[in-house]
Every structure is written in structure tokens, then in C-alpha cells.
Design a protein around this ligand. Structure first.
Ligand code: WTA
Length: 651
């Protein structure tokens, strides 16, 4: 574990335990711990057979597969010889079962406009748009770049690509032209799909303008389809740009799904590595499809009548797996919302839940912390009694935020599924099964069936209980990435070279005496203070448990005496940024964790620099804390002005 060789000391004490509510378990698919354990053991004994049984019965096969798994480390092939289609599994499969009139998508735009589509209507849109793609020359294996607001047509675009075997690369609509161009070039994208604009906090995001700039720098893209959403003026280049609605007018709605090989690439999705260039994570068809379907059903205990809302954008893996492919394969009724959570007011999410009687809410800790900061009065205005299950994803949730979510949003009755996974893993890897596994605030609890994690030191040896170490996966699973687009060497090096025969997740974790996993942040978020290794998230959790603190980020800065000193950046919920509050916060961390974690520097700021997916950019904060100039890739940074502000505070 780095040069010191010492373990990461875990100092967080969290003893609260929340067993699944009896009423919930009674109706759940997996009703108790014994059932979960039986399933997990069965999967562990023979993972290939376990997944083969599920895939055979739950996906449609144009041609059955002959071998469940061919594993030539680090390359997995699942369901070899089979032919299926993810768009078919999400749409046609339900129509054939007489479920065409079931609601597929309920969508609300930020201005309050509404669309409802049944599975039949969604199917029709997808078939028509798939024909549009074909008419524009797109074939199986071609890459289509998608840069759209969160509108139902974004889902249509993704499923239409899947229908004809094309590969989608969805780029979050907040990225810059430079970032879009870089991703288009790397993927060698042929076609761009975008919109004139999207709504965000009452303003139009001029997406087409950004695309025009991006396409100048990514000449591989020859054509561009533009959806009219906001009616802002855009320039349309003749011979390159086409209006979505004009192409759709003439398109036939007859488009049988193309049978594709199990290992046909379904999509690539770019994600930041710790350095330099973004990585195009590649996922394929059958393994990914069955993995997200099954994990969706297990983790969200999906029931026929549920209205399910995952607040993620389709520009992120959560949107791919748990807005589109998982829920739609399972025939779920999904809610989509285009805009910001605080428009027109801070209660927009709660108003949506009340209006559509949402049963399952899946969101991110960064959003939860914002809600806490905005105040309980926004929540209390609304009837949230339809909710029966809550989920989180994206980063660790601080126990205090977990408790707030549990009490204020869940009314104390809804289990919380804290789901740990990554762009690379395709779907959820560790999470409570809500009817079976008791939760502890801040822990993602236990691995899902078929997933066999371990926590190891840098020699690859398992570490003892409650000791931090590298989180690895010891077996391939169907949803795993199949590589980095165009860079096999980086795939091997990044994920398979450090610990022999294991997938290195890049996170630190520990396992408590109950076998529960606690994620302790990224490997590069580990601090070494006086020879003690500390995880940033534990310090942040301690700070956030103080009533004055809304959000905090902890980083290390070089220190002659201690090796690393703890520097924290704090966003206040209330109170004044005074010296006395600083010493109070120091005392608070000392009390919560111990003297070794006491911050040396505390800086107050109005907000933290974040990636557009909401992750704190600790790399930038480390540079600021150390007084270094900011270096590296900032293409994912949400708001550049925050950086200037934090630096300014220093002077
Ligand atoms: C972090 C998001 C703690 C983790 C699906 C992981 C989490 C990275 C959790 C992947 C969680 C995600 N608890 N940490 N429940 N979920 N992470 O690729 O560091 O955007 O490696 O995928 O987010 O982020 P990504």
C-alpha cells in the first residue's frame, strides 16, 4: 500500500443497524439473509452456470449460446455463440407478452411539459429512428455520438443504435466542445445526434452551438441529427445537419431488431482516469444486458406496479444501466426529469415524487447533501408517502446524510440501498438487497450474487478484518467492461497488472466483522499522516456530521513533519466562517475520529469543484492545498469559477 507499507487505518465507528422492515421483507423477492446467502453460494460454486441459467430464461435469443464463459485473462466472453439484441429485450419482449400498453416512460421537462409513452409507443419511436439511422448510412459496428438533454428521444436514440447493432457513445450535455470533439475523435464516431438546446435552471443550454464547434474539430463525424427541443435559433449546415422531426416524418415503423453476437459492442462510455485522456469504457451486449436487468430486479426489488425514478442523466453509466437498459429490460415504468433539482424552487424533486407517486428513488449523495443544505421545509411541503425504497450511488454517503435521507425522505420506513459500482463494472456490485440485508449507514453492505470481492495489500494477500486495502474482484462477471476502446494495453495495465489475477477497482475498502464492506475512497484519495493512512471520506463524514457543515472535502498536503497534513475545504450550512468555528471543527473531527485526523488547514468556500457527475475533484484541491498551480485535465469540471474563488480565499 504505497511506500510506507502500512495499512490504511480505519477510524470510523458506525454501529447503527437497520434491519429490513418486516412488511417490506414479506413482499420482497429475496426475503431474508438465508435466501440471499443461498443464492450467493450457488453463484460462487459455479458462476458460469449460474449466469447461464438466468441469461437463457430472461433474455431473448435469436440463436442460443453454446458456452457461458470463455475467460482468457483479462478478456472475458460471455454467452459465446449466442445472438440477441438489447433493444429487443427492452421493447419487443414486452410487446410479445401483451404488455404493450404498459407505461414505459413518464417524462417531465424542466418547464413542466409532460410526455407519457407506453412500451408500444416507445417501440414505434425506436423502430422509426433506427430506420433513420440506417438511411443515414449507419451500420452495425459504427459509432454514433449522442449529446442531448434528458428527453425521451435520448432513450430512443440509444435503443435505436442498439436495434441495428450500432455503438452509442453518450456524452453528457454539460461537456465542452473540446471534450465532445476529443471523444468523437477517439471513438471515430460517424454520426452526431443532438438537440437545439436543453433546459437547465430556466435557461437554454445551446447544445447545437457546442456541437458545431465540436464537429469542426472531429471531422470523422459526417452527419448530424438535431432534435427541436427549445426552439432557440441554430444554424443548420446543408448536407451535414438534419432535423429529427423531418427525418422521422417519412420513416417506416417497421424495423426488426438485428440479431447481434453476444459480444457485439453495445456502447462505449468515456470516464476520467486519474491522469490525462478520458477512457472509453467498452461494454458488450448479452452479458451487460442480463447483468443490469438482474441487478435492477434484485437491488430495487422491482414490482409490477412501481413507478421508478433514477435521477441520473443518461450521460453517465447510472443512466445507461439504471435508467435505460436495466429497468426497460425488466419492463419497469420509469420517470425522467430533464432539469435542475432547484428549479423553479428547491422542492422540485419532492413535487415530482408527490405528483407521479414515485415508489423508488435512486439518487446521489451529492444531491442529498444539497437538499440538506437547502432545508427541510422544502421536503415537508410534500406528501412523499408513495416512496417505499431509496437508493444512492456515485460516492460514499456520509452516515449523517444517510440518516437524513432515511428520516426526512424515507419517513423512517424505506430501506436505503447504498450501491457500490463503477462505469467499468457495468452494474451494481455491492448493495443491500432491501428485503434481506440489514443496513448500516455508510456501508454498501454485501456483494451481489455472482460477485466475489476481496480486500488485499499490495502483494495481493488478503488483509485482516477492519483493515483497509485495495478492493479487487476475483472472478469475471457478465457486466464487466470488455476493455478500453482502442487501448488494450491501458486496460491491462490499469485494471489487471497490480494484483495478480484480480480486477483492481481503484478503491480502498475494509470489511467489518459482519462481512460488510465499507468503501474508503479512491486509492489516490488516501492520506498518510504521520505514518497513519487515513481515508478522506472518513474525515469528510466527520465534518458533515457537524451541524454547521453542508459539505466537505479532505485532501493531503505535503508536510515536513507528518509526511502529509490534512487540509479540508468546508461549505457551511449555517454560521459564520470564523476562527472560532475553525477550532470547533478541529475539535469535532478530533472527537469523531481522533487526533491523527484533525485537520491542519481549514478553508471555507461557497462550493467545491466537482466533475459534472458530482464527484469532488480532489486532485485540484490537493494542488490548491499545496499551493501548486492547477495541472491536468479539467474538461469535466463543473464550474471553473469555484476554483478561482477557493484560491482567492487563500490569499
Ligand atoms: C465511487 C458510478 C462509495 C467509487 C456508478 C467508484 C462509491 C467510483 C459508491 C465509480 C458507493 C460509486 N459508495 N463509493 N456506493 N458508488 N462510488 O465510474 O470510488 O462514475 O470507484 O460509477 O465512484 O464512479 P463511476
Amino acid at each position: 500500500m504505497g511506500e510506507g507499507g502500512s495499512q490504511i487505518d480505519s477510524v470510523m465507528q458506525e454501529t447503527r443497524l437497520f434491519p429490513p422492515p418486516g412488511e417490506f421483507s414479506k413482499h420482497a423477492k429475496i426475503k431474508n439473509l438465508a435466501e440471499y446467502q443461498e443464492l450467493w453460494e450457488r453463484a460462487r460454486r459455479n458462476p458460469a452456470e449460474f449466469w447461464a441459467d438466468i441469461a437463457r430464461s430472461e433474455l431473448h435469443w435469436f440463436e442460443p449460446f453454446t458456452t457461458a464463459l470463455v475467460w482468457r485473462e483479462p478478456n472475458a466472453e460471455w454467452f459465446v455463440g449466442g445472438k440477441t439484441n438489447a433493444s429487443y429485450n427492452c421493447l419487443d419482449a414486452h410487446l410479445l407478452q401483451g404488455r404493450g400498453d404498459r407505461t414505459a416512460i413518464i417524462w417531465e421537462g424542466e418547464p413542466g411539459d409532460e410526455v407519457r409513452w407506453t412500451y408500444r409507443q416507445l417501440h414505434e419511436q425506436v423502430c422509426k429512428f433506427a430506420n433513420v439511422l440506417t438511411s443515414l448510412g449507419i451500420e452495425c459496428g459504427d459509432v454514433v455520438s449522442i449529446y442531448m438533454p434528458l428527453v425521451p428521444e435520448l432513450v430512443v436514440a440509444m435503443l435505436a443504435c442498439a436495434r441495428i447493432g450500432a455503438v452509442h457513445s453518450v456524452i453528457f450535455a454539460g461537456f465542452s466542445a473540446e471534450a465532445v470533439a476529443e471523444r468523437n475523435r477517439d471513438a471515430d464516431a460517424k454520426l452526431q445526434i443532438t438537440a437545439d438546446g436543453g433546459w437547465r435552471r430556466g435557461k437554454v443550454l445551446p447544445l447545437k452551438g457546442t456541437v458545431d464547434e465540436a464537429l469542426d474539430k472531429s471531422p470523422c463525424v459526417q452527419k448530424c441529427v438535431v432534435l427541436k427541443r427549445t426552439n432557440n435559433p441554430v444554424s443548420m449546415r446543408a448536407g451535414r445537419d438534419y432535423w429529427w422531426h423531418e427525418l422521422m416524418e417519412d420513416a417506416s415503423h417497421d424495423c426488426p431488431a438485428l440479431p447481434v453476437d453476444s459480444e457485439n459492442t453495445l456502447f462505449i462510455l468515456y470516464t476520467s482516469g486519474s491522469t490525462g485522456k478520458p477512457k472509453g469504457i467498452r461494454h458488450t451486449t448479452a452479458g451487460y444486458n442480463i447483468y443490469v436487468k438482474k441487478t435492477f430486479e434484485w437491488v430495487f426489488d422491482h414490482r409490477e406496479e412501481d413507478i421508478y425514478w433514477c435521477t441520473a442523466d443518461c450521460g453517465w453509466i447510472t443512466g445507461h444501466s439504471y435508467v435505460v437498459y436495466g429497468p426497460l429490460s425488466a419492463g419497469a415504468q420509469i420517470l425522467l426529469y430533464e432539469g435542475a433539482p432547484n428549479h423553479p424552487a428547491e422542492d422540485r424533486f419532492w413535487a415530482l415524487i408527490e405528483k407521479y407517486r414515485v415508489n423508488i428513488l435512486y439518487t446521489a449523495p451529492t444531491a442529498i447533501r444539497a437538499f440538506i443544505k437547502w432545508g427541510d421545509e422544502h421536503v415537508e411541503k410534500h406528501d412523499l408517502s408513495s416512496l417505499r425504497l431509496l437508493g444512492t450511488v456515485g460516492e460514499g454517503i456520509n452516515p449523517e446524510a444517510w440518516m437524513w435521507y432515511h428520516e426526512k425522505i424515507g419517513g423512517g420506513r424505506c430501506p436505503i440501498v447504498d450501491t457500490w459500482w463503477q462505469t467499468e463494472t457495468g452494474g451494481i456490485m455491492m448493495s443491500p438487497l432491501p428485503g434481506a440485508i440489514a443496513t448500516k449507514p455508510g456501508s454498501c453492505t454485501l456483494p451481489l450474487p455472482g460477485i466475489v470481492p476481496a480486500i488485499v495489500d499490495e502483494q495481493g494477500s488478503p488483509v485482516p478484518e477492519n483493515h483497509g486495502g485495495w478492493l479487487v474482484m476475483t472472478h469475471p462477471w457478465p457486466g464487466m467492461l470488455r476493455g478500453i476502446w482502442g487501448d488494450d494495453a491501458r486496460y491491462r495495465e490499469q485494471y489487471w497488472s497490480k494484483v495478480p489475477h484480480c480486477y483492481l477497482a481503484g478503491d480502498n475498502a475494509r470489511r467489518d466483522p459482519d462481512g460488510y464492506y465499507w468503501i474508503m475512497g479512491r486509492i489516490d484519495d488516501v492520506l498518510n499522516v504521520s505514518g497513519h493512512r487515513l481515508s478522506t471520506i472518513e474525515i469528510e463524514s466527520a465534518l458533515v456530521s457537524h451541524p454547521a457543515v453542508a459539505e466537505a472535502a479532505a485532501v493531503g498536503r505535503p508536510d515536513e513533519l507528518k509526511g502529509e497534513a490534512v487540509a479540508v475545504f468546508v461549505v457551511l450550512r449555517s454560521g459564520e466562517p470564523t476562527e472560532s468555528l475553525k477550532s470547533e471543527l478541529r475539535q469535532h473531527v478530533r472527537k469523531e475520529i481522533g487526533a491523527l485526523a484533525q485537520p491542519d488547514d481549514i478553508r471555507f468556500t461557497n462550493s467545491l469543484p466537482k466533475t459534472r457527475s458530482g464527484k469532488i475533484m480532489r486532485r485540484l484541491l490537493r494542488d490548491i492545498a499545496a499551493g501548486r498551480a492547477t495541472v491536468g485535465d479539467t474538461s469535466t469540471l463543473e464550474d471553473y469559477t469555484i476554483l478561482a474563488q477557493i484560491r482567492g480565499d487563500q490569499e
